[in-house]
Design a protein around this ligand. Structure first.
Ligand SMILES: Nc1ncnc2c1ncn2[C@@H]1O[C@H](COP(=O)(O)OP(=O)(O)OP(=O)(O)O)[C@@H](O)[C@H]1O
Length: 226
């Protein structure tokens, strides 16, 4: 069996008196879509932040492609996040001053890709996410569903190995939520990216290959019925 792409084991993380994670564990293989389910305050976001190297666990290991995120330097971890990970949050967090096309091109520009090439590749991702029509608009001028599809395009444009999505449809109605989930999972599968999807909605989790439930900071694996 090949080594998993991302493994977390024995994760503990407290905030003051609150134990957000208690011996949490998760593994995800190349190209797999894993949903992290649980009620509000159960520890889902803390788990995602530990997996993505945003929050450092008090104890435990997070190994991405053979590299331990917990012990590596901050500079190396930041570089890894930029190069290998993509992020989609509940509210797209697009840069309001830039057009949607420029938002999608931004991660490439930060990686020193020339403007013309970056915008050409960004345009292809807008097309893939079915939002070509908003290319020249600013985020304030587009709908919530369009904005989330632009955010997904921005997350995928660098061809990351893992997409971390924290309640990506949380601010959308069910029709737009379904559309974003379909496009996100299809695009991730086509580009071979794994997805860690935090949600409290079973309907959203249905797009995953496998589900993990977090309760009081502890993780439990669930087999998804076919
Ligand atoms: N930065 C922080 N400072 C203090 N407490 C925190 C912090 N982050 C998380 N917590 C606490 O840790 C626990 C787990 O929070 P977390 O955000 O991981 O849960 P969640 O399952 O993602 O919740 P939600 O679905 O409401 O977003 C909660 O009790 C929360 O209040």
């Amino acid at each position: 069996m090949s080594a998993p792409l991302l493994v977390a084991e024995g994760l503990h993380r407290s905030f003051g008196e609150t134990a957000a994670l208690v011996d949490a564990a998760l593994r995800i293989d190349e190209g797999e879509v894993v949903a992290v389910l649980g009620s509000s305050g159960s520890g889902k976001s803390t788990l995602l932040h530990c997996l993505a190297g945003i929050v450092r666990p008090d104890r435990g290991r997070v190994v991405f492609d053979g590299q331990d995120l917990v012990t590596m330097s901050d500079a190396r971890r930041s570089a890894l996040r930029r190069e290998a990970f993509g992020f989609v949050f509940q509210f797209g967090q697009l840069v309001p001053e830039l057009t949607c096309l420029e938002n999608v091109a931004l991660p490439l520009r930060l990686a020193r890709v020339p403007r013309r090439e970056a915008e050409q590749r960004a345009g292809q991702w807008l097309e893939r996410l079915e939002v070509t029509d908003v290319a020249g608009k600013r985020p304030g001028e587009v709908s919530g569903g369009q904005g989330q599809r632009v955010a997904v395009a921005r997350a995928l444009v660098t061809r990351p190995r893992v997409i971390f999505a924290d309640e990506p449809t949380g601010a959308l109605d069910s029709l737009n939520g379904e559309r974003v989930m379909r496009l996100l999972t299809e695009a991730a599968r086509d580009s071979g990216a794994a997805v860690v999807l935090v949600t409290h909605e079973a309907r959203v989790a249905a797009y995953s290959d496998r589900e993990i439930v977090v309760r009081d900071g502890r993780t439990r694996n669930l087999e998804v019925a076919a």
